[in-house]
Design a protein around this ligand. Structure first.
Ligand code: NAD
Length: 453
């Protein structure tokens, strides 16, 4: 039976994807696809998520081309063997790590940044010399349709395939044998992916989510803090894996923070965010209903308006939060922001460490010892200090989760290394071949070994 992975494996085994020239061409073609069809991609993002054009350009076009350009610039370097030292006992010899592709890679993407989260890992896999199957999310259907039409037009169909579909199609793909599976999405499906991968001992990267907390210390610059939180929270209408999920604010600065947050919302989106060109929409009626129901977990103090027809949920801030509610126990993944009061850094740290490791953690403080304490005593996939989301944008900082928020990291060099096996090779010379290493093991040799080893 012909399967996607078997067809691509035949291509991979033929050596087709190994030459750097092939990889370079595919990466250039990916950039060309995004350049030449930018308007169509942005229109699809608008249909799926009401994504503002500028936001779509930054997060789902420019971010990808930036990553690919970095791969192109370093393609040769990142695929070169690395010399490493050789221990005395193995001399004469030289040792190196030879980067080799893994084989056939499956990339499964979600709907919130549906182009970026499909193409960036796929580009990393291609730069490393792999064949790739891409599976976009069926939830962002308009974007999936555009990708399905353009990917075969621009990229080499012998080695790169895009499969559209939802649960049945992904389940069928997961039954096939891949050499690496890169999955982005929720943790429930993450477990399904990992269990399926176990059948073939396939390594996985799981880019998951969770409740990313924000700590606001009394020393924080409240004006800047509020604006940076408002930006990170309401980008893509809160449907960002690293969006601030809830706030732990020192009670001494709670009211000034709420005042500034309200002002930031009005500054960014006007008095009626529903009519703002800079504010997105909820991806589907299911997620709209989910968010409406989450809203019952606290008292709305800012926003709260909704419109089912346009799937609009206002930037919403909640107080008096019920700790047993879904609002405080599930990832919000939408524009609702619960604000909780704390009275010390210690209390914030205890709150966070009593919960699963988040994908991101944010701490706002001018007092450096507070930042130091938070960094030393909490665990998170990544951290931005005095900001939100920004650690994700650096190609020098591997992006990923830990524990419940995922495993493995990518972006920049790490996004190529992820799809390579650094094959250790020790090559010995034959001019010298001391008999010391061979039996019979005399007392003299034994004494020498004790000195040498
Ligand atoms: P989704 O519903 O689009 O699902 C993700 C992918 O899994 C899709 O391609 C879908 O077809 C597939 N899928 C769904 N159910 C499946 C099943 N039963 N079996 C096999 N495949 C299945 O997206 P989602 O899960 O709603 O995405 C949101 C989640 O993703 C949030 O938790 C968010 O935090 C997380 N996320 C993480 C990152 C990151 O980089 N760490 C980025 C974006 C989103």
């Amino acid at each position: 039976m012909s399967t996607y992975s078997a067809d691509l494996r035949a291509t991979y085994n033929s050596g087709h994807t190994r030459p750097l020239a092939w990889r370079k061409h595919q990466l250039e073609q990916m950039i060309k696809m995004l350049d030449e069809n930018e308007a169509e991609f942005l229109a699809a993002l608008k249909t799926d998520l009401g994504k503002p054009t500028v936001e779509g350009f930054i997060t789902d076009i420019a971010f990808i081309t930036g990553e690919i350009k970095l791969m192109l610039k370093n393609l040769k370097k990142w695929n070169q063997p690395q010399r490493v030292p050789t221990p005395l006992v193995t001399m004469p010899a030289k040792s190196q790590l030879i980067p080799e592709p893994l084989g056939v890679v499956l990339v499964i993407a979600p709907w919130n940044y549906p182009i970026q989260l499909l193409l960036v890992p796929a580009a990393g896999a291609i730069a490393a010399g792999n064949a790739v199957v891409m599976k976009p999310s069926e939830v962002s259907a308009a974007t999936s349709t555009v990708l399905a039409r353009l990917v075969p037009k621009y990229l080499d169909q012998k080695a790169i395939t895009l499969v559209e579909g939802g649960v049945p199609e992904t389940t069928a793909l997961l039954a096939e044998h891949f050499d690496h599976i890169f999955y982005t999405g929720n943790g429930t499906v993450g477990r399904i992916v990992m269990a399926a991968a176990a059948n073939n001992l396939t390594p996985v990267t799981l880019e998951l989510g969770g409740k990313s907390p924000v700590i606001i210390d009394e020393s924080a610059n409240i004006h800047v803090t509020a604006r940076r939180i408002a930006w990170g929270k309401w980008l893509n209408a809160g449907q960002t894996c690293v969006a601030p999920d809830y706030i732990l604010v020192n009670e001494k600065v709670r009211q000034p923070f709420l005042d500034e947050l309200g002002k930031a919302i009005t500054d960014f989106f006007g008095a009626d965010p529903q009519s703002s060109e800079s504010y997105g929409r909820i991806v589907s009626p299911r997620h709209f209903d989910r968010l409406k129901s989450l809203m019952t977990g606290g008292k709305v103090i800012i926003g709260g308006e909704t419109n089912a027809e346009s799937r609009y949920v206002a930037p919403t801030v909640l107080a008096d939060v019920d700790m047993n509610s879904a609002l405080m126990n599930e990832e919000i993944f939408g524009p609702l922001l619960p604000v909780l009061s704390i009275n010390s850094t210690k209390q914030a740290i205890e709150f966070i460490t009593a919960r699963p490791h988040p994908l991101a953690l944010y701490v706002f403080a001018e007092n450096k010892s507070v930042v130091k304490e938070v960094l030393a005593k909490t665990t998170a996939g990544g951290v931005t200090v005095n900001g939100t989301l920004m650690h994700l944008t650096s190609p020098h900082l591997p992006f990923g989760g830990i524990g419940e928020s995922g495993m493995g990291g990518y972006h920049g060099k790490s996004g190529v290394r992820l799809f390579q096996h650094m094959k250790p090779v020790l090559s010995r010379g034959t001019k010298l071949d001391p008999s010391l290493a061979y039996p019979p093991y005399t007392d003299k040799k034994a004494k020498l070994f004790r000195k040498l080893l």
